[in-house]
Design a protein around this ligand. Structure first.
Ligand code: ADP
Ligand code: TRP
Length: 321
């Protein structure tokens, strides 16, 4: 099964991103034919700073490689290294009724938030359709906010196929309902916009401990049994534990021998340990940017071959010499 995931490079990754999006993606590469790319042309729609966009694109590549994207198993590239996608975007635009884009929630939401309306922002879903249709994608794992974009992709593909035959594969979205919303240090959904995130790559163990110490907990005095249900520290810690370990932690809460401070320390250890290997890999890639560039170039070469074949079909169909 051909699966495509697109990554918006938006800065530091947190534990919510890891459990909500990256871990499921990394597990997919064991079972499916996974294609993953960094959508830097999409990021350009809201970017204001060239250096920052470059930096974030590179960071995302390093972070995903460090956390387990395996270039032997997954084709991994940067969107702008496969310019065929822009040609397809233009051709698909001709099969995209204005009304389809005018109904896009994501565009309306962004404009409502004060992002100035421009054509790239408006036609964002057509570029996304080009990403997906360029490689006969069958499944696209997405968050709920992206479902409409996959529906738009299908509409465009159907319109094209009706006119020119079965050139494009109709993709399906996959929403992982099992993935819970990971809470932040205040118990609300962890998000970089809410200032409640615990980042995956903290500078030091000490800084991570400081962040964990900020987790909001109830004020039961030391010596009394603690309630683990609804406790933010427990909820975060249990993400890293198997069933047996979870029961063990519940017992510790109930014993009354330990206070929240102990559990915050325990959580810090769990997080630090979980990402130990990723931290090492990250240091390696950060100090060897050429290796990262080579991996991305290999991925882009593979993709360009696929893209050229598809574009030959598309050009022929629509009559581009
Ligand atoms: P943020 O809310 O920090 O801006 P993004 O919107 O960039 O995060 O999300 C990137 C990916 O991480 C999405 O697939 C999203 O579903 C997932 N994700 C983000 N925060 C959480 C969370 N708290 N719990 C589960 N998944 C999350
Ligand atoms: N719009 C997606 C997001 O914000 C990123 C993306 C761009 C994408 N092109 C894609 C996702 C193609 C899947 C397939 O998350």
């Amino acid at each position: 099964m051909r699966v495509l995931t697109g990554i918006q490079a938006s800065g530091k990754l947190h534990i919510g991103n890891y459990f909500g999006a990256m871990k499921p993606m990394i597990e997919l590469q064991e079972k499916e034919e996974l294609f993953t790319f960094i959508a830097n042309y999409h990021s350009l729609t809201t970017s204001k700073d060239a250096e920052l966009l470059k930096e974030l694109t590179f960071q995302a590549a390093v972070d995903y490689l460090s956390l387990g994207i395996d270039p032997q198993k997954t084709t991994f590239w940067v969107q702008s290294d496969v310019p065929q996608v822009l040609e397809l975007y233009w051709i698909l635009s001709k099969f995209t009724p204005m009304g389809l884009l005018e109904r896009a929630h994501s565009y309306k939401d962004k404009v409502a938030k004060g992002i100035s309306a421009n054509h790239a922002l408006f036609s964002y879903p057509v570029l996304m359709a080009a990403d997906i249709l360029l490689l006969d994608t069958q499944k696209v794992p997405v968050g709920k906010d992206q479902i409409q974009h996959i529906e738009i992709t299908r509409d465009i593909a159907i319109k094209f196929n009706n006119e020119y035959g079965e050139i494009f594969t109709l993709p399906e979205y996959v929403v992982n309902e099992e993935v819970a919303t990971i809470p932040g240090i205040d118990g609300q959904k962890m998000s970089k916009s809410y200032n409640n995130a615990i980042d995956i790559f903290m500078e030091s163990e000490k800084k991570l401990q400081k962040r964990c110490n900020k987790i909001v907990s109830s004020s039961t005095p030391l010596g009394e049994p603690l309630e683990y249900e609804g406790c933010n520290i427990y909820n975060l810690a249990s993400l890293f534990l198997n069933n047996e370990e979870r029961l063990e932690l519940q017992k510790r809460y109930k014993s009354g021998k330990e206070g929240y401070g102990h559990f915050k320390k325990y959580l810090k250890e769990l997080i630090w340990e979980e990402f130990a290997e990723a931290r090492e890999k990250r240091e390696y890639y950060m100090s060897n940017p050429d290796i990262v560039r080579d991996i991305l170039n290999d991925g882009a070469n593979k993709m360009r071959k696929i893209a050229n074949e598809k574009m030959a079909q598309v050009r022929k169909a629509v009559g581009i010499l």
